[in-house]
Design a protein. Structure first.
Length: 178
């Protein structure tokens, strides 16, 4: 399933509900990817994960959810496939391996772990370079501070790009993955 198709792993909060701004951003992102022949991979639950999956499925794409049994949460009903994991580390490994690119939307500490892990893999050349795009002021501030530190350490900066609009974010990813 994953070899012949391109998947964008979308990270973000499980909290936003339909009609809320962050949910609608994620829905639009999933829609934009599907319309560009791309699919999404998420953590498979509610909030941003549900919205990106819904947008993708409703517009002809596939949506893979990588879930974790310990949360006792209900998976999104907008999944083409669910991959159940027993540990957080297995879940993170799958989310990263499936992704041909990554988008980071509004989220908390779980989302921070996810962007940090992707960034570390890229920074240490533990995986091929792949596009990473963030949406929102929170990530813009974090990326600016981290890029300063990365430059100071004489490592490759500019690996994570920030965008103010979902359209620019999805365009950046779509153009680099196709």
């Amino acid at each position: 399933m994953f070899k012949n198709q391109k998947y964008i792993t979308v990270f973000g909060s499980s909290v936003p509900k339909p009609g809320e701004e962050e949910y609608e951003f994620a829905y639009q992102l999933g829609k934009n990817f599907a319309q560009n022949g791309l699919n999404v991979c998420t953590g498979g639950f509610q909030g941003i994960m549900d919205a990106a999956s819904k947008g993708c499925i409703e517009h002809g794409g596939n949506a893979v959810g990588v879930t974790l049994d310990i949360y006792n949460a209900v998976p999104s009903k907008y999944l083409s496939e669910e991959i159940k994991c027993n540990t957080l580390f297995d879940r993170l490994k799958n989310l990263i391996e499936i992704g041909d690119a990554y988008v980071i939307l509004q989220g908390g500490t779980g989302t921070l772990v996810e962007i940090s892990l992707v960034w570390e893999y890229l920074n240490k050349n533990m995986m091929d370079e792949k596009p990473v795009a963030c949406h929102g002021t929170l990530w813009k501030n974090i990326v600016e501070v981290m890029d300063q530190q990365i430059k100071k350490e004489k490592r490759k900066s500019g690996l994570v790009k920030c965008f103010e609009s979902i359209e620019d974010c999805s365009k950046y990813i779509s153009e680099r993955v196709k």
